[in-house]
Design a protein around this ligand. Sequence first.
Ligand SMILES: NC(=O)NCCC(=O)O
Length: 416
Amino acid sequence: MDKKDYRTVAENGKAEPEKEIPKDGSICGFDSLHSLLQASLSPQIFQEVSRLLLGLNCGRALETITLPEPAKALSSKHDFDFQAFSFQAEKESLREPRIVRVGIIQNSIALPTTTPLLDQKSAIFQKLTPIIEAAGTSGVNVLCLQEAWMMPFAFCTREKKWCEFAEPVDGESTQFLQDFARKYNMVIISPILERDVKHGETLWNTAVIIGNHGNIIGKHRKNHIPRVGDFNESTYYMEGNTGHPVFETAYGKIAVNICYGRHHPLNWLAFGLNGAEIVFNPSATVGELSEPMWPVEARNAAIANSYFVCSINRVGTEIFPNPFTSGDGKPQHSDFGHFYGSSHISAPDASCTPSLSRHKDGLMISDMDLNLSRQLKDKWGFRMTARYEMYSDLLAHYLKPDFEPQVLSDPLLHKN
Ligand SMILES: NC(=O)NCCC(=O)O
């Protein structure tokens, strides 16, 4: 795709000729909306557009972090997007800053879905190794991978053979990551398809929280399962039974809201009520379905709950051997569509990083001063003004079989 071609159209302001949507998942040949805007606008206008799109952190645009050369070399050699930013908080008189370095990884699968399952999994491990190494050598404290990172996102197919990818919480994916956790003193969040062997081999969509000593701190199971489009996930695993746990780690209190849970404001709220300072949202979602929602929901959750949100999405198009349909009238097809990456981090003060690439693997690193969370609670008072008792009463009432919605009709409406 010719980038210059698109810029010329924007500059002369003429009606755009019909262009083919790039098949590589790029945005008119650019990695992200941010890079498209940067290349298309004058520096002054770009600065103003960025301010409006990404907000300001403590009154300033987000600063970038200089990354270590060996980590940068890994990104060049293995061709993954590598970006790093720093969220500041105001200086306080009675508390030291609490700065945590967080990393999030997005990636495509490594081998076609027709190759033996074992090879597919090993190839993903191999592909992720340099990206995790880059995070480790950059001093990341808490690292999170994408939803079901150890397999293709085969839940569209409804074929049961993909269940073979499921692993116990202490299975080989956890063991693979435990080595990195120990090597780099890093907490790692590992979202997997879980097989609970002790409970009749049941399957769950689970995030395993590995402590910075390589220990397993705990797990959280996805609360809300999509039943939309090709997301036929309820064929594979059950609604989570772990509530809304917050994990107190060496680097702060973290929680995981897995993918579709991001459409549920009460899910976000519950992690906040339990004291989360950073909530990770490992996801797998496609452009046609959710792209306009993606930059909005996580950012809104960060604002409403006064915590940081780290949004992670897979990349690429995964093609499956047998075509499928999903009862939506669409012709049979063999892929979900394009997983659009675009991972990013949102802060409680409404500032946000630019997104990682829409079509390439990537590692986003961000320093965040967790003091910002309480500073925003003090400033906006969302917790204090929340009127939880009012909503608790409404919900209790709503759950009763004799619930009647509180609607006052205009009497004139029904007069005739
Ligand atoms: N993995 C998953 O829950 N995807 C659902 C689609 C979406 O929430 O955008």
